[in-house]
Write a protein that binds this ligand. Structure first.
Ligand SMILES: C[S@@+](CC[C@H](N)C(=O)[O-])C[C@H]1O[C@@H](n2cnc3c(N)ncnc32)[C@H](O)[C@@H]1O
Length: 526
């Protein structure tokens, strides 16, 4: 299993909202028991046209074939293991919505949900009807998905009032009226036995049935569409999250995809965690948030690799604190006067962290005297017992330093551990990118410009993302996902700050920014 790598968006590192890259089974196993209020999952279905080919990636097609080769039993075993984790993570007041369709819904209900949650904790089987897709040659058209709603106990959240839908015109036996306050209602023609006549006020709304007919699937021209065929509509997620969780609750989507759950949970003031094993899904979600930074809370993105340049150029104190923690030590909170000791191991052994390459011999000498001065007894004890007297962490060590550490061990029985950063956290170089610009055509008001991006990446390119009005502080993509690296865009004459990002297979990003001036001739400047 690969280590998680975290990069903080929107400054504060304490944000709980997270997009995590990885197999949800591994990730969920590391999350705390009974820590989640609500879970929505939209797992890949047991179908021939599987979700995993959606991004057209060769590797993913292979993993699809391997995984489902064993048929429905395999699928159920695979999913059950994950739902067991979800059950463990849910608070006693928590609930879960599992989204599936005719391919596997019967199996999922009987072999997974009834087994794990218990039949008595079944709340609803929601039928979500839509008009798109659903071809059938010799059958009725398949026009619905099934969403199972199970709770962990009877104490689950159900905010009925928040999800009411407008009451529509009454049936023949109802009479329409308006009361003294101007409220519209329908009522029975004849009083009931009790003498009371029943009234339904229009503004009271109606609790939706378990058959949902009023939410459309995402059509090809929908504004919220991000080009992800299994993307679920925000309106659907809104109803689900609003009725089954409260503000401030922690919502988990272990099959995040294009991030709909996270976007809607955030908008509804829930905290959220989203997991997906596809770099594309993680980065598409990340960029979807970045399109509207003004609306959304802070969040972090956990990838498998850290960006070498970013860490190398981090604030020195932040770097020391972070790397000491990653190593399992306790960082020194004092910025100065610490004799060069940046932290300690739980047993007191001192740690120094250097944010540089090619550490020299002088660093060893200084650290040695600092370690002695900071706790001479511990130093002597460790020396005697043949334990490390201290640890130096750096990006790399020069020959002089390595030789000196070897000499100290051999002649003085002093063990000094030299630890390269990439032994603690996996590092990678972010992709490099360059862009060429060409005018394709123009008329009196508009200029059609073609951009071609070329990236250099060890990991391989996933996709590109374009921002045609970049403001230096925040990348807000106009074109979120471009897999070709070539795009045409219409401009009015003027000057534009343009930024293009390349996202590689590790989820690391390269950025190129330039100014394009379109008054008469095309001019490109830094
Ligand atoms: C049907 S899509 C989810 C679509 C999402 N509801 C949306 O609105 O965009 C399923 C997602 O599950 C992810 N996935 C499949 N197996 C996974 C696993 N073991 N761990 C994490 N994610 C997984 C896929 O990469 C895919 O993005």
């Amino acid at each position: 299993m690969q280590k998680a790598v975290e990069s903080v968006k929107f400054s504060k590192p304490t944000a709980i909202n997270k997009i995590i890259l990885g197999d949800n089974l591994d990730i969920m196993r590391r999350l705390e028991e009974e820590s989640i209020d609500f879970i929505y999952l939209d797992p890949p279905f047991f179908s021939n046209k599987n979700y995993e080919i959606i991004w057209g990636d060769e590797g993913e097609i292979r993993s699809f074939k391997d995984r489902w080769a064993g048929g429905i039993d395999h699928y159920i075993t695979w999913l059950k293991e994950r739902v067991e984790q979800m059950y463990r993570l849910l608070k006693p007041t928590g609930s879960l919505f599992l989204h599936c369709d005719w391919h596997a819904d019967a199996y999922i209900r009987v072999f997974i949900l009834d087994k794990i949650f218990g039949e008595k904790n079944f709340i609803n089987q929601i039928i979500w009807h839509y008009n798109t897709g659903g071809k059938g040659k010799k059958s009725f058209l398949r026009k619905h998905d099934t969403i199972f709603f199970y709770a962990k106990s009877k104490k689950y959240v159900f905010n009925q009032d928040l999800v009411k839908i407008p009451r529509t015109a009454g049936t023949a036996h109802l009479r329409h009226g308006t009361d003294e306050n101007g409220r519209e209602y329908y009522e029975d023609f004849s009083p009931r036995k009790s003498g009371k006549q029943y009234r339904w006020y229009l503004d009271e709304g109606l609790t939706p049935m378990d058959v949902w007919l009023d939410i459309q699937a995402i059509n090809p021209s929908a504004r919220e569409r991000i080009g992800y065929p299994t993307q679920k509509p925000e309106a659907l997620m809104e109803r689900i999250i609003q009725c089954a969780s409260n503000e401030g609750d922690l919502v988990l989507d272990p099959f995040l995809g294009g991030g709909t759950t996270a976007i809607v949970a955030d908008r509804l003031n829930r905290r959220w965690i989203g997991i997906d094993q596809s770099v594309q899904a993680v980065k598409v979600t990340d960029l979807r948030f970045q399109q509207h930074p003004e609306y959304f809370s802070e969040y972090t993105v956990q990838l498998h690799k850290y960006d070498y340049d970013k860490i190398r150029n981090d604030d020195p104190f932040d770097f020391q604190t972070w790397i000491v923690q990653q190593y399992g030590g306790i960082p020194n909170i004092r910025k100065v006067g610490d004799l060069g000791i940046d932290g300690k191991m739980p047993d007191g052994t001192p740690i120094q962290a250097k944010r540089s390459e090619d550490i020299g011999r002088n660093v060893i000498d200084n650290f040695l005297s600092a370690a002695k001065r900071s706790d001479s007894k511990l130093f002597a004890g460790n020396q005697k017992a043949g334990r490390p007297i201290g640890i130096i962490i750096a990006f790399s060590f020069g020959k002089g330093a390595i030789q000196e550490a070897a000499r100290l061990k051999l002649s003085d029985n002093i063990i000094l551990k030299l630890v390269p950063v990439d032994e603690i956290v996996p590092l990678a170089k972010k992709p490099a990118i360059s862009v060429t610009v060409k005018e394709v055509s123009r008329n009196s008001t508009e200029r059609n410009i073609e951009f071609t991006a070329t990236a250099n990446s060890d990991a391989g390119v996933e996709f590109y993302s374009w921002d045609f009005s970049y403001n230096e502080k925040m990348f807000k993509p106009d074109i979120l996902r471009d897999t070709e690296g070539q795009i045409r865009y219409q401009f009015k004459p003027g000057s534009y700050r343009i930024a293009v990002k390349v996202i590689d297979n590790e989820g690391l990003e390269g950025l190129e920014v330039f100014t394009l001036t379109l008054n008469g001739k095309i001019k490109r400047t830094k």
